[in-house]
Design a protein around this ligand. Structure first.
Ligand SMILES: Cc1cc2nc3c(=O)[nH]c(=O)nc-3n(C[C@H](O)[C@H](O)[C@H](O)COP(=O)(O)OP(=O)(O)OC[C@H]3O[C@@H](n4cnc5c(N)ncnc54)[C@H](O)[C@@H]3O)c2cc1C
Length: 397
């Protein structure tokens, strides 16, 4: 036979993006896949039922050097491409969304400090986070200002060597379990330019954490309000030692955070697809596996197509980021597409399971509940459309 050698067959796992990674990163992904399969997925239901953040699993990620993948070696990170870090987030989310999203939020808050802090602050705050000795959280939203985050009212008033923080921050992922919060508060006039960012540790006097919100899903990821009452935060915890830069820090961090959410969504969709496919091959009706019915296989085909498209979109956005390009628009696109796709895919997974899908005997009902939150966090999908529209048209409205 003449002509080029035939392409090597793809392994069972057809996630093509993995197969173009350098050997060392492929091994890392295989390690994470093994960890997810053997230690995360089997315990996922238990963590969810117990409404408890899986800190032992996060500590295990730290021991595996997975809590600082995209950060510089000078702060103890692995200096790996953001695209590779996102694959790790995807894989963990396939096992337990609260863990994958937990790593993403941890990275979001660490990134905000790492990129905008003074060199002294960077040395003081970042290595603990990168090593996973400290768990990070990001606190922008408030009870009265979610989408309109610049409307926040939490005040940080300079008083000698401290800023006195007063107000309530809302919806903080890891609220009550984090060791270190990146908190946005108002040091100046109304609007985005009056906002500053602070590094606040969990033992900060004047800070209390409200009981966690009772949520529809993602129970193993605690979400809680932070209540600041005249809390004296040392002035040297003002990120970058400059007032008025907090909103810019918050928004720039979200560009990476939204890619994290897209990766979480892709992992969750993959879990739903895996479960639905296995069930459809096994479950028989009318004397044959339901997978043989076109109506079911078309559902599965659409689920698989959406999931691969989500993966490809977030990976291409991450590639751009890794090459130094602005990613505000593509990160919003990836978050919007992947999370809407995952809502549809997890809903379809319940459909494939029929009545059993509506019970807690199978994980697909959990996946469907979890998917919903991804359309809301880090900017609702209406806000993502607004971001994309503004970038396209240049209009502010
Ligand atoms: C489980 C969970 C975890 C979270 N984790 C964090 C966290 O770690 N840190 C943090 O800071 N925040 C966090 N959030 C908050 C989240 O980012 C906000 O819930 C989100 O930004 C929406 O704000 P909101 O809930 O106040 O809704 P609102 O802003 O009140 O929006 C209500 C509705 O109006 C729509 N809307 C608002 N403005 C517009 C507009 N201009 N055009 C079109 N539609 C619009 C929205 O899309 C939405 O459908 C979390 C939320 C949840 C549920």
């Amino acid at each position: 036979m003449t002509g080029p050698d035939p392409s090597p067959p793809l392994p069972e796992d057809e996630r093509v993006v993995i197969h173009r990674l350098p050997e060392e990163q492929r091994s890392l992904l295989e390690l994470v896949e093994g960890f997810t399969r053997e230690e995360v997925a089997p315990q996922a239901d238990r963590w969810e039922r117990e409404h408890t953040f899986p800190r032992p699993l996060f500590d295990q990620l730290a021991r595996m050097d997975l809590t600082g993948l995209p950060f510089g070696e000078d702060v103890g990170g692995s200096a790996l491409p953001f695209a590779t870090y996102l694959m790790v987030v995807e894989e963990l989310s396939r096992g337990l969304l609260a863990l994958g999203l937990g790593l993403s939020v941890h990275t979001l808050s660490t990134w905000g400090i790492d990129t905008h802090a003074t060199p002294e602050q960077r040395d003081r705050f970042v290595p603990d986070l990168v090593a996973g000795r400290a768990l990070g959280a990001y606190s922008l939203s408030e009870p009265g200002s979610g989408s309109d985050a610049a409307g926040m009212t939490t005040i940080a008033k300079r008083d000698g060597e401290v800023y006195r923080l007063d107000g309530v921050k809302a919806w903080v992922t890891h609220g009550g379990v984090a060791d270190r919060y990146l908190v946005m508060a108002r040091t100046g006039d109304a609007g985005a330019r009056g906002i500053s960012a602070f590094v606040v540790d969990a033992d900060q006097p004047g800070l209390t954490v409200a009981p966690p919100e009772q949520k529809m899903g993602m129970w193993a990821s605690p979400t809680a309000q932070l209540v600041f009452e005249n809390a004296p935060v040392p002035a040297d915890r003002l990120v970058g030692d400059q007032e008025g830069t907090g909103f810019r820090i918050a928004m720039a961090s979200l560009d990476g955070g939204r890619l994290g959410i897209a990766a979480c969504a892709t992992g969750l969709a993959q879990a739903a697809l895996d479960a639905a496919l296995a069930y459809a091959r096994e479950r028989e009706q009318f004397g044959q596996p339901i997978a043989s019915f076109q109506g079911v296989s078309f559902l599965l085909a659409d689920m698989a197509t959406r999931t691969e498209a989500s993966r490809t979109l977030y990976q291409s956005a991450a590639d751009r980021r890794d090459h130094g390009y602005d990613t505000t628009k593509v990160a919003a696109m990836a978050k919007l597409f992947a999370t809407d796709a995952t809502m549809q895919t997890t809903t379809d997974a319940v459909q494939v399971f029929g009545g059993y899908g509506y019970t807690t005997d199978f994980p697909v009902e959990r996946y469907m509940r979890e998917a919903k939150v991804l359309q809301i966090v880090e900017g609702t999908n209406q806000i993502q459309r607004m971001v994309i529209g503004r970038q396209l048209t240049g209009a502010r409205a």
